[in-house]
Unconditional design. Sequence first.
Length: 221
Amino acid sequence: MTISHDSARSAQGRGGRFRGIDPTAIGSILGITSAFIYTCSNVCLRSVVNCNPIWVACMKAVPTMAVAVVLVSALRVRGRPMNLSPKVIAALVGTGLIGQIGGNVLFQYALEGIGLALGVPLTLSTIIIGGALLGRFWLGESVTPRMLAAMVLLLIAIPILSQGAKQERNVAEPAVAAELSRVSVLVGIVGACTAGMAYAWQGAVLRRMATSQTPHAVTLL
């Protein structure tokens, strides 16, 4: 996820959150940390592919909702304005549904159909492309030649790493690999790419909300 200079300046102006610290460095550190946590989460999700994907997506949202309720309640006690209009609420609810159904549910189907080795790289590739396009044409974020080169390298590396992971799994789990039908693979591929687009849209909306006056906890809830 990229951070535009306008977004960084807006964040600095609102709360001084990045004062004295390079916003790009902070964004990079948070992004890498987030990627590590997502990896751990994906491993856990892969272990429960025998459960109903909709139920899994519902259960994984419960802790986030509980934490968000506590944070928003604390803001209300402190008298912090929520800065929510009906239009913003509708946009956030719609985005939440897209991320939950189009993202979490379909990603779970992808894990079941094609596994981690292919599901995660396909989803990540779609997020990278979709996020860059949405950031450029909707949020007005600049795409520098250096950023473009980095994206190209990532997109090249992902299928290479994915192929290696797939070969490793075929050796380690030949029975599992043999059971994959064409239909399940197709469902997994479509699910992973659709989930990637849903996540890219969700990320773009969150980036837009990050420059608004609405508290992050409210956006999360």
